[in-house]
Design a protein around this ligand. Structure first.
Ligand SMILES: NC(=O)c1ccc[n+]([C@@H]2O[C@H](COP(=O)([O-])OP(=O)(O)OC[C@H]3O[C@@H](n4cnc5c(N)ncnc54)[C@H](O)[C@@H]3O)[C@@H](O)[C@H]2O)c1
Length: 365
């Protein structure tokens, strides 16, 4: 099985692929025998995997505590972080007791944020169970919760001790969650890998997304492995997003704004990012950075993946107002990640808002 490394000096860690995540977790936790383990899950993941995980941890000699909260983006809140910390601190947590976060990006972001705050930082292990979390959110150390003013506005950088990825978990995901993960995979292809883009297009043409449950583990390992490698490389070079790491935000400035405008209920994160990538590509074409072929290639791959390329009912003015409030906007000037060709994006500072308005007016009300 594959293994990747995020190289960050003393904060380096490995990303292990395993067909048997239960034994991979037990193996990693051997060094934590005698320490407390807090298993952090949402109620949906708990209902599918909770009993088996607890059993497996107990047979490996641990006496885990659990924190379970309602699933969904609107529960990625500071209030839930406080509830989580109550469980740990009431359980007399020590700085070498560990948080085991298992689930999608919501529980990953929130659990890791809590880990970074608890006693100024306790060890953390990520076991991502959605496709999106496996290719993206569990790697790189961005943690956080949402605020009424926008998504992920409260957070820290905090690296896990290990990430364990298993295609085992993908079998119970519904099609919409697979599609949302594909959106991030398309992002990696667009920013770094024409090879991944061709592989994905060919695969989806021959194996329509509705049959994802029959996709072999080897397909997932190959595709997830490529994404993880890209992310590990980018994060190792720029942990705190002072430069190059921004390319991972391709599609995210407008994607986040769409999520905020629709109150995190209409679109999944990946669906919003899909629309965001389409808008970014349209802006790039409007600014003369890319050609029509790129727009068409990206649109057809997004559509093959069952992803939207336009947002329903979001007005351009609303979108731009939210974008201007984004934490990445400096002095009112927009910095956007825009594609030049497949596998290459550019960080473009100082994009003029009026220019964007003019370009997007053609596709948005
Ligand atoms: N930290 C980062 O770098 C980063 C990067 C990308 C996205 N994110 C964040 O990730 C979040 C989105 O993550 P997500 O799409 O995983 O959403 P999610 O965590 O809400 O999971 C989606 C749904 O799938 C369910 N689920 C999870 N695993 C399952 C499984 N194996 N089988 C069946 N159901 C399962 C969950 O209970 C939930 O209902 C957003 O909050 C986004 O901001 C963070």
């Amino acid at each position: 099985m594959l293994s990747e490394r995020v190289e960050l000096g003393a904060n380096s860690y490995s990303i292990e692929f395993s067909s048997d995540p239960y034994s991979a977790i037990s193996t990693f936790l051997q060094t934590y025998l005698g320490k407390k383990v807090l298993l952090i899950m949402d109620d949906h993941v708990e209902s599918i995997y909770g009993a088996k995980l607890l059993l497996s941890l107990r047979s490996a000699g641990h006496a885990p505590l659990s924190f379970v909260f309602p699933s969904g983006e609107n529960n990625k809140t500071i209030d839930q972080v406080m509830n989580l910390l109550d469980v740990a601190l009431t359980g007399h947590w020590n700085r070498d007791d560990i948080f085991l976060v298992i689930g999608g990006g919501v529980v990953g972001d929130m659990g890791a944020f809590a880990a970074s705050l608890c006693l100024r930082g306790v060890p953390l292990i990520h076991v991502p169970t959605t496709l999106l979390a496996q290719v993206d959110s569990s790697i790189g150390g961005k943690t956080g919760v949402n605020h009424a003013k926008g998504k992920n506005l409260i957070g820290t950088f905090y690296q896990p001790k290990q990430v364990i990825i298993s295609p085992h978990f993908l079998k119970t995901l519904d099609e919409r969650e697979i599609r949302t993960g594909l959106s991030e995979i398309i992002k990696y292809a667009m920013i770094d890998s024409p090879v991944l883009l061709s592989q994905l297009s060919e695969w989806l043409l021959a194996h329509p997304i509705q049959y994802y449950a029959d996709y072999p583990d080897s397909f997932w390992e190959s595709v997830i492995g490529q994404c993880v490698r890209i992310k590990a490389r980018v994060v190792s070079a720029d942990e705190k997003e002072s430069g190059r790491r921004m390319i991972l935000n391709y599609g995210h400035t407008f994607g986040h704004a769409i999520e905020t405008a629709t109150h995190y209920t209409r679109y999944t994160h990946g669906e919003a990012i899909a629309v965001g990538m389409n808008l970014a590509a349209l802006i790039a074409r409007g600014l003369g950075l890319c050609d029509d072929t790129l727009i068409q290639t990206q649109q057809s791959l997004l559509q093959l993946s069952g992803l939207p390329i336009q947002s329903d009912g979001v007005m351009l003015n609303t979108l731009l107002d939210i974008v201007k409030n984004d934490k990445k906007v400096k002095n009112g000037r927009l910095t956007l990640v825009l594609p030049e060709y497949i596998g290459k994006v550019r960080i473009v500072p100082d994009v003029d808002e009026d220019n964007i308005r003019k370009i997007l007016q053609e596709v948005m009300p």
